[in-house]
Design a protein around this ligand. Structure first.
Ligand SMILES: O=C(O)c1cc(C(=O)O)oc(=O)c1
Length: 293
């Protein structure tokens, strides 16, 4: 991508302060950084060219929303060069960890370097609009290798390929976290076919978790995301120890319906209605996965 192209601004210019106060130690367990491009150029294979959304902006948002920590997921626009993510983690004063995207040919020494830099998982992305290829055999080799580091796999796919992915998912030897619930259609409610298929996956193994994220991407009716809340609350209630929450800031690719991050935080008590569920979702679960030490 050339820098003469328009760069996408996908985040809200002035997020509101949420009415809901997260518990002490709350983790935003899915967010990204973009660049800054002058220091960390985007991949030549990037499918979108975002504006700069670096660590200072992320940490200011964290504080504004009342969170304590971030899990930074390598965004596809940075390809397999994790420098921008590592830079943000290094600047967080211990308050961030990350999920990398790696070339399957990565060396053991490089994996070690990522671990030292705060990486605790790898992401496998199956969205054709974001990546050119997703080689399952090579991903499985990577999954085997990261097992020894105690890492997990984060997987991003859309609901229509869940069935075909099942043998691949079954073969992953580490804990798995499903990004954005595998993008279900939430409109038919908690018993809709996509939500039931997700439950089928969660029921197949105790070590499959999911991120109850992105009402802005998943609810066709927009804020206040009532369909999302209705479909997702029973999931949080039934799998309280296997759910993570995050803002998804700076909301890669969102242009038409950019969410107010304060409003996103206000959906938390609607999907996790008790203090106990909120503590597990926002503190206990992400801490177990990303800060077990
Ligand atoms: O749906 C998306 O466009 C999207 C993209 C990325 C990324 O580019 O890494 O990450 C996400 O979590 C979601």
């Amino acid at each position: 991508m050339s820098d003469t192209q328009d760069r996408i601004i996908s985040w809200h210019p002035s997020p509101s302060r949420p009415a809901y106060t997260p518990p002490p130690g709350a983790v935003d367990a899915h967010c990204h950084v973009f660049g800054p491009m002058a220091d960390f150029p985007f991949s030549a294979k990037a499918k979108y060219l975002p504006g700069d959304a670096g660590p200072d902006m992320l940490f200011a948002l964290r504080d504004r929303l009342g969170f304590s920590r971030n899990v930074i997921v390598q965004a596809s626009c940075h390809g397999t060069d994790n420098s921008a993510t590592l830079n943000a983690i290094a600047r967080s004063e211990g308050k961030a960890r990350g999920v990398a995207v790696v070339d399957p040919a990565i060396s053991d020494a490089e994996l070690e370097r990522l671990h030292e830099g705060g990486i605790r998982g790898v992401r496998f992305n199956f969205l054709k609009r974001l990546v050119d290829d997703a080689p399952k055999d090579r991903f499985l080799e990577v999954a085997q290798r990261i097992k020894g580091l105690g890492w997990h796999v984060v997987i991003y796919f859309e609901a229509d390929i869940l069935e075909e992915l099942r043998p691949f998912l079954d073969a992953i030897p580490t804990l798995i976290v499903v990004d954005h619930m595998g993008r279900p259609n939430v409109a038919p409610g908690p018993e809709g076919p996509d939500m039931l298929a997700l439950r089928g996956l969660l029921d197949s193994r105790e070590d499959i978790w999911t991120k109850v994220t992105c009402p802005d991407r998943l609810d066709p009716n927009g804020p206040p995301w009532n369909d999302f809340a209705r479909a997702v609350r029973p999931l949080v209630e039934d799998y309280p120890d296997r759910v993570l929450w995050g803002t998804d800031w700076p909301h890669p690719n969102m242009q038409d319906a950019i969410p107010d991050d304060g409003a996103l935080v206000d959906i938390i008590p609607r999907i996790a209605p008790t203090v106990d569920l909120q503590r597990r979702l926002l503190v206990d679960n992400p801490m177990r996965l990303y800060w077990p030490d």
